[in-house]
Every structure is written in structure tokens, then in C-alpha cells.
Design a binder for this molecule. Sequence first.
Ligand code: 5GP
Length: 193
Amino acid sequence: MKLLEEKIKKDGHALSETVLKVDSFVNHQVDPVLMQEIGRTFAAYYKDKGITKVFTIESSGIAPALITAYELNVPLVILKKQTNKVVNGDVYQTNITSFTKGTTYELTLSANYICPEDKILVIDDFLANGEAASGAARLVEEAGASIAGIGILIEKSFQRGRKRLEDAGYEICSLARISRLGRDMIEFREADL
Ligand code: 5GP
């Protein structure tokens, strides 16, 4: 997606060879016009795939996922990052390690917001090692529902996430694919849309 690539080139900052900062338009301040374009692009791509719900992981995926859900006319479900296992309540939980942030959390989904007939589209801001997206897929499958696709804003193609998810049978659609990062250097490869 040219608009997103241009924005990354203009306002993204490579902090190192592995971490890209996009705080001025995705992670801290949010560009609503860009989010609308992203949501419309995902919705146009997934419109015939029978999606019943859009899932995202709090908090940076919420803005693009909400527009995608709105355009597809389906609910948005926000997977919560809890610090502890929930002992009471009807929830699905799975442990996620964030290598970028050096943290661990319990990704949590209430059983009230999923049923076995659901076909889920997962939207997230970044794909790195595939930990977060794999965890979301585990929760969906544990509930007996299926994953219809995984939509990513920014894929770091030099990390193993995409291969890991594709090997597990998931279809990935990334709007920007970064092949190399370095101090003040961002290189792209051809994106999916
Ligand atoms: P993964 O689970 O695929 O290893 O990493 C994806 C998650 O880590 C995303 O949800 C995102 O929050 C965070 N993340 C991974 N790499 C980056 C990065 O380069 N920049 C930012 N801002 N977040 C990242």
C-alpha cells in the first residue's frame, strides 16, 4: 500500500536493525485518514471471505481494526493483554512473549465473544516473530472457530513471523513489507496490497 510506505519513509524511524518506531502515526499519535484508508483496503480485500468478526490485540491494532470491522459491517473484538492468568470466568488465555518489548502477558478472550461458526480476521500493527498473531490464532481455534486471514500493517520480512504463520497454514496480507532496517535506513520489498 503506497500511502503507508510513503508515510513510513517520511515519519518512521529505524531505532536499530530490528525495531521501527511509528509513534507519530500508529502507536502513540494516530493518523485517522491513514487508518481509514488502511481499513478500507483490508475490507475490500476480505469482503468475500465470509468474515464474521475482526479481532485485534490491544492497543495499537484497535484503530485500523475498527475501521476494517466498520467497513465489513461486523463486530470488532479486542484481545486483552492481562498480566496474570484469570482463574474465574469463562475465558480463553494463552501466554505471549514480546521479544521487542521484553515482556510476557496472557492474551485473553472472553468466551462470550466467539462461537464455533465464527470466521475471524486478525488485524495487527506489526508482524515480527509472529508471537502475537500465533497467540490470537490459538485462542480462536481453542474456541472451535477458524481464522480467515491475518492482516498486518507493517511486516518486518527479515524476521520469522510470516514464514511461521504460513507454515501453520494461515494466509497473511501485509500492507507494507520491510526487507531491511538500519539506523535511518528503511528498505521495502513488494507488499501484498
Ligand atoms: P511478534 O509478536 O510478531 O513477534 O511482534 C508483533 C508485536 O510486537 C506487535 O503487536 C507490536 O506491538 C510489537 N512490535 C514488533 N516489532 C515492532 C517494531 O519494530 N516496532 C513497534 N512499534 N512494535 C513492534
